[in-house]
Structure formats: C-alpha cells, structure tokens
Design a binder for this molecule. Structure first.
Ligand code: NAD
Ligand code: USQ
Length: 404
C-alpha cells in the first residue's frame, strides 16, 4: 500500500514508518519538527540521542534500499498538506501529527490554545484534503483511551448501545477527558464522525493507551535509527519515566494513591496495530473505533513491577507517593474492551521482566544524558500559577525591572 505517516519524526510515527517500509509498503512522512522545538522550549531532551530526520532516512535507505519520501511542513497549513496529498496519492494516511502531552496542554492558556488549534485544525485540514483529493483514502487517526475518562461502567470500543425511556440506539460512548490535550482528541473524533457521515470518507480512530518501550526491530538495525525515549515530566509517559528513575536511584514518582488505571501497550504492538488497521480499511462512510492497548495496570502496579525488576538488577528502587498535580480519580473502576484489533489478528506482547530490564539497561547506557531536574512534576492542573508559568513571569518581571 501507499501509506503516508503524518508525524513520522515522532516517537510512534518513526517506529511505524520504518515498520511499514520494512513490510514492503511505499511510505512517506510528513512532519514539521515541532516536537524537537518543544524540547528546546522546555529545556529537555530525549534520553536517546536521536539523529536529524534526513540522516535517519539516508541510513534507512543505505541499509534496506527502501526510500521513505519526506514532506517537511505543518499540517495546519492547508496548501502544504493538500500539495503533499496530491503528490503522494496515499491509500492510507496514518495521522500521528499532534501535540500529545497532557501536561503541555495544561501549562497555561497559551499552551492549551496552541494544543487545540494544532490538533483540531490539522485533523480538519486532513479531512478536507481527503474529501477534495483522495476521497477513497482510509484515514487511520491516533486518538486516545483518555477520551473516555474513567467512568464507573465498562468502556466499549467507541460506541455503546443505550436504552432510554423504552427506546434503544447505538451512540458514541460518553467522553470525559482529563486535559485540554485529551479534549482535543474528542473534538477530532467528532469532526471525523461528521465528515464520514456527510462525505462518505472512511476512517479508523485508534484510541491508544499509554505506550512504553523504545526499541523495534527496525530501529535496532543501526544506532542512527534510534527512537526517542522521553522521560521528563511533560512528555515522558509513566512506565518509561519509572524505568529512568529506577536506573538513577530516583524515587518512582507515583502521583497520589496510584490507583489511576490505564491501558498500556508496547511500541512494537503500536506499529502492528497500525498496519492491521491499514490492511483492513473501514468501509466508505464508516468511522470505526478500536481501543488500542493490550493490558491495563494501575500506576502503583507499574511502579511495583519496575521496583521488582530494579531489585533483580541490584538497583535500590523506592516508591514515593506525591500529591497528584493532575485532577483525576486516584481510585476507580476500570474495564475497557479491546478485542477488535485482536479479531483482526493482533497477537499482543505483554509487559515482561526482560522488557523492563532492557528499558532500564537503555537508561543505564545513556545515564550521562539524564537530567534529574526534569523528573518532578511542575505543571499543576488546579491552578494557572504553575511553576513554569511563575518562572516565565519572574523572568519577565526581572527583565522589566532591569529595563527601568
Ligand atoms: P510525538 O510528539 O513523539 O510525535 C508527534 C510528531 O508529530 C512529532 O514529530 C511532531 O513534530 C509532529 N507534529 C506535531 N504537530 C504537527 C503539525 N502541526 N504538523 C506537522 N507535524 C506535526 O508523539 P507520539 O508519542 O509519537 O504520539 C503520536 C500520536 O499518538 C499522537 O497523536 C498521540 O496523541 C497519540 N498517542 C500517543 C501515545 C503515547 O503514549 N506516546 C498514547 C496514545 C496516543
Ligand atoms: N503518572 C504518575 N507519575 C508520573 C507520571 C504519570 O503517577 O511520574 C500518572 C498520571 O497522573 C496518569 C498516569 O500516570 O494518571 C498516566 O500518565 P502519562 O503521563 O503516562 O500518560 P497521559 O498523560 O495519560 O498521556 C499519555 C500520552 C498521550 C496519550 C495517553 C494515553 O502522552 O499522548 O494520549 O498517554 S491514555 O492515558 O490512555 O489517555
């Protein structure tokens, strides 16, 4: 298939582009390198030293003979996106190109607005470009399990059959997202459902859980292909963060009681799920939803697994409960369905001791690059006056005072 990966320089997108290319698909990447810019803005960097995208692609071509085409630009720029679609003419578009950190979207008004504009406008542009130029192309869009929140009932895959006052209907599952980022995904989902209904587009919304790991078979082929591994408080996801913390003897930062339960998956399953969705497209007019995760854990369970794995490696690993900077239930019921990708042939990889060992070994290998000052949470959901904002404000006050 011809598959265009939007956000192909990012964590999930890079692994996916290589996997699809290795599987014989003709692949292109669209990215504007915004993610690398956000690292500069926050003063953080990936644990692993990622190379510039042009170099990554050159090495990939040398190793495999496969060419991945590159379109550098912003998906919120409609003319750029439309010309890339026109030039590549994909059978499937896999859309990862969004601002994906909940804490980033909660820094302040500016970051909340940026996140929603970037994500919602990018997806809207894509829907319009598909209608105009490639109406039969299948959109595979990365959503999130966080769109559903943590209701006190089982979570279905996208839709729920409801009986209300004697009548029945199948309706979108209620959404109770927990950040302005997660809300942007809900807005995307609504726009996709509407576009499929009115224009007959075909789309799959992959409501993905928290991804862990960094290595895939393809990225392991050469150090120049290494994938990102974020561990800072804004972009680092919980299991990756805990492995880095364990490796340097930093207490594992469990927010609140740690009963927050989420769906998780290995990045090697992310890439397989995306290919399964591409190979089995939605029908024209259909907007289907797959819950993309393989196991669910509470945050405390994740911490305990990392602690046990750390002890086996001879590391002293402490767990520290700290006040939760987020507004979320710390203890709750959670049971989310996730059978549709398994029905399509996914054989899940479960979190294993060897995977935890390998993550901690990566952290130990790149230990010199770990900045322990970016581990503790600074972005607070409850107040606009979070630490980062105060720092910016103080800098501004100092500059003004200096000016006078
Ligand atoms: P990432 O930040 O590593 O990658 C996103 C990529 O998109 C970056 O390379 C960035 O430069 C690019 N991008 C962002 N805005 C763009 C724009 N306007 N134009 C062009 N390129 C743009 O994120 P990721 O972890 O790879 O996540 C990818 C997708 O998967 C996101 O949509 C995210 O919401 C979703 N997701 C991720 C996780 C996870 O745990 N990482 C879990 C569930 C869902
Ligand atoms: N958490 C801790 N300690 C930490 C970091 C996180 O207890 O040091 C907790 C959080 O409070 C939260 C849970 O761990 O309850 C998950 O947090 P996370 O930062 O790993 O993941 P989240 O913010 O939910 O976002 C990540 C991705 C996002 C994706 C989402 C999938 O960044 O792009 O959409 O996972 S899901 O969680 O299913 O919504």
């Amino acid at each position: 298939m011809k598959i265009c990966v939007l956000g192909g320089d990012g964590y999930c997108g890079w692994a996916t582009a290589l996997y699809l290319s290795q599987r014989g698909h003709s692949v292109s990447i669209i990215d504007n390198f915004a993610r690398r810019q956000w690292d500069y803005e926050l003063g953080v960097q990936t644990l692993t030293p990622i190379r510039p995208l042009a170099e990554r692609l050159r090495v990939w071509q040398q190793l495999t003979g496969n060419v991945i085409e590159l379109y550098v630009g912003d998906v919120t720029d409609y003319d750029f996106l439309a010309s890339a679609m026109q030039s590549f003419e994909p059978d499937s578009v896999v859309h990862f190109a969004e601002q994906r950190a909940a804490p980033y979207s909660m820094i302040d008004r500016k970051h909340a607005v940026f996140t929603q504009v970037n994500n919602v406008v990018g997806t809207l542009n894509l829907l319009f470009a598909l209608r105009e130029l490639q109406p039969d192309c299948h959109l595979v869009k990365l959503g999130t399990m966080g769109e559903y929140g943590t209701p006190n009932i089982d979570i279905e895959e996208g839709y729920i059959e409801i009986e209300h006052r004697g009548r029945r209907d199948v309706l979108p599952f209620p959404k109770q997202p927990g950040s302005f980022y997660h809300l942007s995904k809900v807005h995307d989902s609504h726009n996709m459902m509407f576009a499929c209904k009115i224009w007959g587009l075909r789309a799959t919304d992959l409501n993905q859980g928290v991804v862990y790991g960094t290595t895939t078979d393809e990225a392991a082929m050469d150090e120049a292909l290494i994938n990102r591994f974020d561990y800072d408080e804004v972009f680092g996801t919980v299991l990756n963060r805990f492995c880095v913390q364990a490796a340097i003897g930093h207490p594992l930062t469990v927010y609140g009681q740690g009963g927050q339960t989420r769906g998780f998956l290995d990045i090697r399953d992310t890439v397989r799920c995306v290919e399964l969705a591409c190979l089995n497209p939605a029908a024209p007019g259909e907007c289907r939803v797959f819950n993309q995760f393989t196991e669910q854990f509470s945050v405390l369970e994740v911490a305990q697994l990392v602690q046990t794995a750390g002890h086996k490696l001879g590391l002293a690993v402490e767990i520290e409960h700290m006040p939760d900077p987020r507004v979320e239930k710390e203890q709750h019921y959670y049971n989310a369905k996730h059978s549709k990708l398994i029905d399509l042939g996914l054989k899940p990889r479960y979190l294993s001791d060897s995977l935890l060992d390998s993550l901690m070994n990566i952290a130990l290998e790149y230990r010199e690059r770990i900045d322990s000052s970016v581990l503790l949470p600074q972005v607070n959901w409850r107040s606009g006056a979070n630490e980062r904002k105060r720092q910016v404000a103080l800098t501004e006050v100092a500059a003004l005072a200096g000016g006078r």
